[in-house]
Design a protein around this ligand. Structure first.
Ligand code: 13P
Ligand code: SF4
Length: 301
């Protein structure tokens, strides 16, 4: 039997739902019940009636699903699938910043550990970062952990942003030089990038969107060719959902830890009902408040 077929059998038996991020390999996207961006995945996790959530993505996404569903079993098929940017921020550093800037409010990009979220007033994703920041009372914002997203938000707010110096290695690898070369090869293509990209890359883009926002933009755009400034597997859904349009990816834009989720470890997770995401109840309670506040604010792109 193919692993896909056994996964679908076990999924029924366990009353499980499979959630997958837009950067997952095509085989995983094909067996998922829902594929989306961080905000969409958190919302899908919050409203599922399944008993078990199999989370195909990186650590912070699986943790968020658990925080929003403390009584459900959340399986993360490969715990080594960690987001390096989330690992760049630590709760003690955030506490020190809060001490240094007592009137500031703290916005935690969801790409953070549960411990860092617990220090935040509100979370955000790349879809609603500007909307979240502008919704706050304070005019001073500590923004963790992505300095590129912080700089992108700073362009659209009157508030002063204190950025944490973290970054995504995958999006840092997308450079102006690489985009210029692609644009020379495809002069009619629109450039659309993720807000985790460097500021000089943002400057040359026609649009800046979350991964789900990229899908919406492309669907509604009259252009027929696009240079996609984010992780390469974004083009799987883009091509499937827009058969008449062409997509060009940036060489080297791969998130290696997203690729650690495979059909084999999803199958093993459903068979053994492990590895399970476990977090202390008090920590989940503290981290749930900023996550819920973010979801109440909703999508921004
Ligand atoms: P999205 O929320 O836009 O899917 O981004 C998540 C992420 O990790 C991008 O690198
Ligand atoms: Fe983290 Fe970057 Fe991978 Fe997104 S693409 S999960 S931010 S390392």
């Amino acid at each position: 039997m193919r692993p896909q077929d056994r996964i679908l059998e076990l999924k029924k038996e366990r009353n499980a739902v499979i959630l997958a991020h837009n950067y997952q390999v095509p085989d995983i996207q094909d067996i998922a019940d829902y594929v989306g961006d961080s905000l969409g995945l958190a919302m899908a996790a919050a409203k599922t009636t399944a008993d078990v959530i199999v989370f195909c993505g990186v650590d912070f996404m699986a943790e968020s699903a658990k925080i929003l569903n403390p009584s459900k079993i959340v399986l993360h098929p490969e715990p080594k699938a960690r987001c390096p940017m989330a690992a760049m921020c630590d709760p003690n550093g955030v506490k020190m910043l809060k001490r240094d800037f007592p009137r500031a409010e703290v916005v935690a990009y969801v790409n953070t550990s549960a411990e860092c979220k617990a220090e935040a007033d509100v979370c955000c994703t790349s879809s609603n970062a500007v909307k979240v920041v502008n919704s706050l009372d304070s005019d001073l914002i500590i923004f963790i952990p992505d300095e590129n997203l912080a700089s992108f938000v700073q362009r659209s707010t009157e508030k002063d942003i204190i950025p944490w110096p973290g970054y995504c290695p995958t999006h840092e690898s997308i450079t102006v030089e690489k985009l210029k070369k692609l644009k020379e090869e495809h002069p009619g293509a629109a450039i659309i990038v993720h807000p985790e990209c460097r500021p000089d890359v943002i400057d040359m883009a026609d649009a800046v969107r979350s991964t789900e926002g990229i899908l919406t933009f492309v669907r509604e755009s009259p252009s027929s060719e696009f240079i996609i400034g984010t992780e390469q597997d974004m083009t799987y859904r883009l091509s499937k959902e827009n058969p008449g349009k062409k997509f060009y990816t940036v060489p080297g834009a791969v998130c290696p830890t997203m690729k650690l989720i495979t059909l084999e470890n999803v199958l093993a997770a459903l068979e053994s009902m492990s590895p399970e995401v476990t977090l202390k109840p008090e920590l989940m309670e503290r981290a749930r408040k900023p996550l819920q506040r973010m979801m109440d604010i909703g999508r921004g792109d």
